[in-house]
Design a protein around this ligand. Structure first.
Ligand SMILES: Nc1nc2c(ncn2[C@@H]2O[C@H](COP(=O)(O)OP(=O)(O)OP(=O)(O)O)[C@@H](O)[C@H]2O)c(=O)[nH]1
Length: 344
């Protein structure tokens, strides 16, 4: 499909919580070769961690003014108030971006966002170059997004409008359905046979012929991901979504998040040892944030997906905020018990 030359291309990067969207964006920005790229980050949860992770990370092009955070939770609820004005502000800059990257929250159904590109205020100025869906390979292999067929049958019998017993399955399916390219990420955590099996499985459930590309830490050449010229906003019918059928109900009502404020620690060892156990015991989907250590100007960035954790010193604290962790799980998780277990 051809893309009007005077429209700024925008790439929507979607994928479940912790699949590796921010990591992939970092790689794209650091390989932009001088191209002016702006990033809009939408996050589930009151405290933005992804924008913080990207901002001022030392990579040219990654300066704070090029990273815009929309932390109100759900882009599809805030299109008119937040998203469209943000895009307009970027496009009205004296030196507007040559490409816009949009990271959706891990719980977002991407279709309403793609639809928003048809709003008259922006339709002639920007187009969806492509939807990149990042998939957490090991999480799919572990059955994170699988339905229980018997439970689905029972639910359908009770209410025909429901078709998933696992709220994660619905989000996963919508994100795949919207894709112009699928990045099968975390390939380093899968053996070659499992990787090939997953690749075939994902290919078989996609509604259209779409490439499935394995990656480690989202490290793909920009030419693979950008310049797809999909004009996705003109092609909505090819991207079936549960949002089409939902009547104001929202998938993210199934999920919840809260913040645990941390004390300053002498050492993070005990905390880091506790976190995978807490995540497993409470079936937590995502934990991310920053730890403050006594006498250390650098903050310790902590990232957990399920029970898999990584921690590294990313940069100096820019303010005197307390250390904190954002916890995301399914609605109804026992927030008090989780906070107590994290604090030890
Ligand atoms: N082993 C491995 N870890 C990865 C890979 N890609 C990302 N990660 C790690 O997975 C964790 C989550 O990565 P992010 O890039 O923050 O994921 P995200 O999709 O932006 O997360 P949310 O915004 O919370 O949905 C981090 O600890 C990453 O370092 C990969 O290819 N292999």
């Amino acid at each position: 499909m051809s893309q009007s030359l005077d429209k700024v291309p925008a790439t929507v990067v979607t994928g479940f919580l912790g699949a590796g969207k921010t990591t992939l964006l970092r790689h794209l920005i650091s390989h932009a070769n001088g191209r002016r790229i702006a990033v809009i980050v939408n996050e589930f949860g009151a405290l933005g961690v992804d924008g913080e992770t990207l901002k001022d990370c030392g990579i040219p092009g990654c300066e704070a003014e090029n990273i815009v955070e929309l932390s109100n939770g759900c882009l599809c609820c805030t299109v008119a108030d937040d998203f469209i004005p943000t895009l307009q502000t970027l496009l009205d800059r004296p030196n507007p971006p040559e490409h816009i990257l949009i990271e959706t929250s891990g719980l977002a159904l991407p279709k309403p966002l793609i639809k928003a590109f048809n709003w008259p205020a922006i339709r002639s100025r920007v187009t969806v170059d492509g939807v990149v869906t990042v998939v957490d390979g090991p999480a799919v292999a572990e059955g994170r997004f699988a339905d229980d067929p018997e439970a689905v049958a029972a639910q359908r019998a009770a209410d025909p409008s429901l078709d998933h017993d696992n709220p994660l399955a619905e989000v996963y399916e919508d994100q795949l359905n919207a894709a112009d390219i699928v990045v099968l990420n975390k390939a380093d955590l899968l053996d070659p046979a499992a990787l090939e099996r997953l690749r075939a499985e994902i290919g078989a459930r996609l509604p259209r012929a779409v490439k499935v590309v394995p990656a480690r830490d989202g490290a793909l050449e920009p030419a693979v991901l950008l310049g797809l010229a999909a004009a996705a906003e003109d092609d909505l019918d090819a991207r079936p979504s549960h949002h089409d059928a939902e009547d104001g109900a929202h998938e993210h009502d199934d999920f919840d998040s809260f913040v645990v404020v941390l004390p300053e620690y002498d050492s993070a060892d005990a905390l880091l040892a506790r976190l995978p156990e807490v995540a497993a015991a409470h079936d937590i989907l995502r934990i991310k944030g920053f730890v403050r250590l006594k006498g250390k100007p650098m903050r310790l960035a902590v990232q957990g997906v399920g029970r898999r954790f990584r921690a590294h010193f990313d940069r100096a604290w820019a303010d005197d905020r307390d250390g904190h962790l954002v916890v995301i799980g399914q609605a109804g998780m026992n927030q008090d018990a989780i906070a107590r277990a994290i604090l030890g």
